[in-house]
Design a protein around this ligand. Structure first.
Ligand code: DGL
Length: 259
């Protein structure tokens, strides 16, 4: 294994980011941590989110990760400043995509579906303020959605009903862009497309995170050789079966690890 890209999330959500990274950087080895034992992060205190983020970072550093992707909006918005200040490797974070939504919206009304931890963070508020000048931003906590995704209930009636409850008020207020501010939520896009009118633009940051990871690797001369056949290790500290449903492939290995 070459020095890998380390990626962590509170669970399986960050695999939506892993997919984008692997698509763009197929020669890079990766190590992914699903801290499912502690999910959801979104309802935890800032101190707890920071503690989990430090634990995940140290685990990945012990595995020689050359860069760490915090594939979790909640961990990014609550912990990335601390991580950047205290560890030497580069960190890539993910935040709700307010900027592209502000550029796309015609009604000047944007909905953001994210966790309580993200929506209450000061980083989210400063980003919103910076990019959403003249735009109305409706914030909606996605309480319960992460648990449903973590337990394999994406296509269930309960998930659908909860999504209808969350998006309808924002629709009635005129939003035309919906920002998915949690890396678990891209897995809800098929259900969202069924319940939302076709003119709604659903925006997430996965591709942008992969592009940024590529740029930072290149800038620091950290890329694996393009001929390298990559390997991908996934660790979960809860039921590995859930993770196995989201990541498959010959070079993928999913294991249980208590971290
Ligand atoms: N996937 C996460 C995020 O992007 C975490 C959600 C949670 O654990 O509450 O915010």
């Amino acid at each position: 294994m070459h020095d890998p890209i380390g990626i962590f999330d509170s669970g399986i959500g960050g695999t939506s980011i892993w997919n984008e990274i692997h698509k763009l950087l197929p020669s890079e080895d990766t190590i992914y941590l699903a801290d499912s034992k502690n999910a959801p992060y979104g309802s935890k205190s800032k101190e707890q989110i920071l503690e989990f983020s430090i634990k995940n970072t140290e685990f990945l550093l012990q595995k020689n990760c050359k860069i760490i992707v915090v594939a979790c909006n909640t961990a990014t918005t609550n912990a990335i400043d601390y991580l950047r200040a205290n560890y030497k490797v580069p960190f890539i974070g993910i935040e709700p995509a307010i900027k592209p939504a502000a550029l796309h919206t015609k009604t000047k009304k944007v909905g953001v579906l994210a966790t309580k931890g993200t929506l209450s963070s000061s980083l989210f508020h400063s980003t919103s303020k910076m990019f959403a000048d003249g735009i109305e931003v409706f914030e909606q906590e996605g309480t319960g959605l992460v648990e449903l995704i973590e337990t394999g209930k994406i296509g269930s009636e309960v998930t659908r009903n909860l999504l209808v409850k969350y998006v309808n008020p924002m629709l009635q207020k005129g939003m035309d862009c919906l920002v998915l501010g949690c890396t678990h939520y891209p897995y809800l896009i098929p259900v969202l497309k069924e319940i939302l009118p076709a003119y709604i633009n659903i925006i997430d940051s996965g591709e942008a995170v992969a592009r940024q990871t590529k740029a930072i690797l290149s800038k620091n001369g950290l890329n694996a050789p393009s001929t390298h056949i990559s390997e991908h290790l996934f660790y979960s500290n809860a039921d590995t079966g859930v993770l196995e449903n989201f990541v498959q492939g010959p070079a993928v290995k999913v294991s249980y690890q208590d971290f």
